[in-house]
Design a protein around this ligand. Structure first.
Ligand code: ADP
Ligand code: MG
Length: 511
């Protein structure tokens, strides 16, 4: 079959985050197929498609559409070559009608401005032709998300796209909306459109796609016909076959329970269940890993544990005391430390200097606070100590932090969080986007904290990291703990199956 799209040797390095987001990626899509592009968060999927759509300029590589080399510098160029993209976060104007949203920017091409009636008629015809009914007069703000997404798809179709890129289209949808979208995508493919469907949910791949390409760490790690692969195989490709990270650690010495979640339920920002009746304990001196494909409730669980999101049901205890309705600050004072996923926005204040960033979570504790004033001198001594202890290269006490590299910013957060000798540490994707040296440092710091007697909850979509660090591993799937495995004996295959939603009894060998 003919190739609708061929990308060759695409590379993109982002200096600001020091990330090689795409590393010599080859990507080929056949005409008329649904091609799933999968990979964990940060694998480089959006970057590759943003290059295709002219939003990001690659450092190297070439693109062919229908066998012809093309130059794409702007979205206009992409549209001219029949490429349309529906972004992860829609860009619709809430006060516009459906017809206005779809026709926005189209009028000049259609010879003068259209009356609202003409716009409505064109949009109704378009919708009917593609089997995607919409009310052209409805306001965007009154539509459910699934319908807004349909408007975005129609907008792309009105611009004559033959290749549609959908970036994580199901992330924001209810299960019913997902089923409807799957039907729409299959229909578009039947009608001859080529669809590139980005997701990290493997069951969706099997439901909707003809072929699949897996990305990991900015590279294409393989393309397969869906009929010739399996969910566990894709899971293994996504998380990586080889365990690159080896962490030396002594056997754990579990002490008393430092944290307990009992029957905890949480809803996400849209009010849908994200965590459902989850119970587990973390003891002093152990690292409990939460594995799972991202988007299975891990974020909401961390928010609930750290006090950033209220529980819908259940209880939390810190050091045997009820912590269910304590504030973030009260939890910190009760011994909780948090290494957040988004260390730049949640973890640091880039407008203030290093000293203030280091103490920000501790200034209520008295050490730096005399009669309501911060003691600059002891803050400075503390900063010097942390810079030394955590080898924060390029950091100057009192200096700005916005120029530090990602790895060093992470060290600032970790230095601050661990310096207070917390009893319970929540580490969420603690090494995301870091170079190998910084990854080793972060891992060493967590193991040292555990050996000093802290209990650690480690949440990571990097299975290698979970296996290298954890003493026990819980696998999350659709908001629940799907099973617990022993990282010393479990295979990646077993964990991969649990991550994909298989029942524990089918993965464990029966005695
Ligand atoms: N505009 C940008 N500037 C700096 N870094 C970026 C930018 N866009 C993406 N990145 C980084 O590139 C990597 C790949 O990101 P992305 O392509 O969004 O991955 P995915 O869509 O697979 O989750 C990530 O580490 C991300 O932080
Ligand atoms: Mg993305």
């Amino acid at each position: 079959m003919a190739l609708a799209l061929e990308m060759k040797g695409i590379s993109k390095y982002f200096a600001s985050t020091d990330v090689r987001a795409n590393d010599q990626v080859d990507f080929a899509v056949e005409a008329g197929e649904v091609h799933a592009l999968v990979g964990e968060n940060g694998a480089g999927k959006t970057t590759l498609m943003s290059i295709l759509y002219g939003l990001v300029r690659p450092d190297a590589g070439e693109i062919k559409v229908d066998g012809q080399p093309v130059q794409i510098h702007r979205p206009d160029d992409a549209i001219r070559h029949g490429i349309g993209m529906v972004h992860q976060h829609f860009k619709l104007v809430p006060s516009f009608t459906v017809a206005q949203s779809i026709m926005l920017g189209m009028e000049p091409n259609r010879g003068g401005f259209l009356t609202p009636n003409e716009e409505n008629r064109i949009v109704s015809e378009l919708a009917e032709r593609h089997g995607l009914p919409v009310d052209p007069k409805a306001r965007i703000r009154d539509l459910p998300v699934g319908m807004q997404q349909r408007v975005e798809i129609l907008k792309v179709l009105e611009r004559k796209a033959k290749i549609l890129v959908l970036d994580e289209p199901t992330a924001v949808l209810t299960p019913q909306e997902v089923a409807e979208l799957m039907r729409v995508v299959r229909n578009l493919s039947q009608a001859g459109f080529t669809v590139i469907f980005i997701t990290h949910k493997l069951l969706e791949v099997v439901r909707v796609a003809d072929r699949v390409t897996v990305m990991r760490g900015g590279r294409n790690v393989g393309s397969k016909a869906v009929a010739e692969t399996t969910v566990p195989e894709l899971a293994r490709m996504m998380v990586g076959r080889e365990v690159l990270l080896k962490v030396n650690k002594a056997p754990r010495q579990p002490g008393p329970v430092v944290f307990a979640a009992d029957d905890v339920s949480v809803t996400d920002v849209r009010g849908f269940p994200a965590v459902t009746r989850v119970s587990f304990e973390v003891r002093a001196g152990e690292i409990v890993g939460i594995a799972g494909v991202s988007g299975n409730g891990q974020t909401e669980l961390v928010e609930a544990v750290t006090g950033m999101r209220a529980l819908d049901g259940g209880r939390l205890a810190l050091n045997a005391k009820d912590a269910t309705s304590l504030s973030v600050r009260q939890r910190r004072n009760a011994g909780l430390a948090h290494i957040p996923e988004d260390r730049i926005h949640v973890g640091l204040n880039l407008e203030t200097n290093l000293d203030e960033n280091l103490i920000v979570s501790r200034y209520k504790l008295g050490q730096f606070n005399r009669a309501g004033f911060l003691n600059r001198r002891s803050m400075r001594d503390f900063a010097i100590d942390v810079i030394k202890r955590f080898s924060i290269a390029a950091a100057v006490p009192g200096g700005g932090i916005s120029r530090l590299s990602g790895g060093n910013m992470q060290k600032v957060v970790i230095g601050r969080e661990l310096a207070g000798e917390p009893t319970f540490i929540v580490a969420n994707q603690p090494t995301r986007g870091l170079d190998v040296g910084s990854i080793e440092f972060v891992h060493r710091s967590l193991v040292d904290a555990r050996d000093r007697g802290a209990g650690i909850l480690l949440v990571s979509v990097e299975l290698e990291e979970i296996l290298a660090l954890s003493d026990r591993v819980l696998v999350m799937y659709r908001g629940q703990i799907q099973g617990e495995v022993d990282p010393a004996t479990a295979t990646e295959e077993q964990i991969g199956l649990l991550m994909a939603g298989a029942q524990p009894e089918t993965t464990a060998p029966t005695a």
